[in-house]
Design a protein around this ligand. Structure first.
Ligand SMILES: [Zn+2]
Length: 237
């Protein structure tokens, strides 16, 4: 049988069941026989009820909640007053397919808009790159990463678009090819262009049609530098 030692200097409550009635107090360094290793999870149900469940009967899943619905207002406020800290979060939303996108929290509200634009046109967004390593060379990148790239602070995505199961990549999405594509794609790109903060990379001098960012370097240069500094500091701690 496995054995255990009470680690806590102040002792440890002995309980009848997980989080149940106290039936005794163990002292520091008390030796115990471990009969069962039972894991309970503290949980909140979809209706807000709190409690404990046995971990053996719950499969762990990544958090894929849609911030569009759960955190919309708070995120929206971050567009007008972004923080100077880089705070990586996993973004998911209804039109984003594939794994969660990792971006700075202050970019999430912009992605909510991109999500709404895509939803209106029945498009899915397949992200191929988001927050980029500061020294990472982008494999297969069609353009050299800009030195002030929004990718470095998690304020940009590279994406392919999907419509009716068909994928439209950087080749298809070239500016002078958009009129040959289903109208939904041109309409989506026009929505991005019409947004006061968002930019479509297809409009850049060096065309980068899979790229969408919020022009953070030019709009908020000092905050861009602060976020970049914050990220470097996080990498070094
Ligand atoms: Zn990009």
């Amino acid at each position: 049988m496995k054995r255990g030692r009470v680690k806590s200097n102040s002792g440890l409550n002995l309980r009848e069941k997980p989080n149940g009635e106290k039936v005794g107090l163990l002292k520091h360094n008390d030796i115990l026989d471990i009969i069962d290793e039972v894991t309970f999870y503290r949980v909140k149900t979809s209706t807000g009820k709190l409690g404990f469940v046995h971990g053996d009967y719950v499969e762990s899943l990544p958090d894929t909640r849609q911030f569009v619905e759960t955190d919309g207002e708070k995120l929206q406020a971050s567009i007008d007053s972004p923080s100077d800290e880089f705070e990586l979060m996993e973004y998911t939303a209804s039109q984003f397919v594939g794994s969660a996108v990792k971006v700075d929290r202050d970019f999430a509200a912009h992605l909510n808009k991109v999500n709404e634009f895509a939803k209106a046109r029945d498009l899915k967004i397949y992200v191929t790159s988001s927050t980029r390593s500061i020294n990472q060379q982008v494999q297969g990148a069609i353009v050299p990463p800009a030195t002030r790239s929004c990718h470095f602070i998690g304020h940009a995505i590279d994406m392919n678009l999907m419509l009716d199961g068909k994928l439209f990549n950087s080749r298809a999405l070239r500016r002078n090819n958009i009129t040959n594509l289903p109208p939904a794609i041109g309409a989506f790109i026009d929505d991005i262009r019409a947004d006061e903060h968002l930019r479509w990379g297809g409009d850049f001098r060096t065309e980068d049609p899979v790229h969408i960012d919020d022009n953070f370097y030019h709009r908020k240069t000092l905050l861009y530098k602060a976020k970049l500094f914050s990220r470097v500091r996080q990498l070094n701690t």
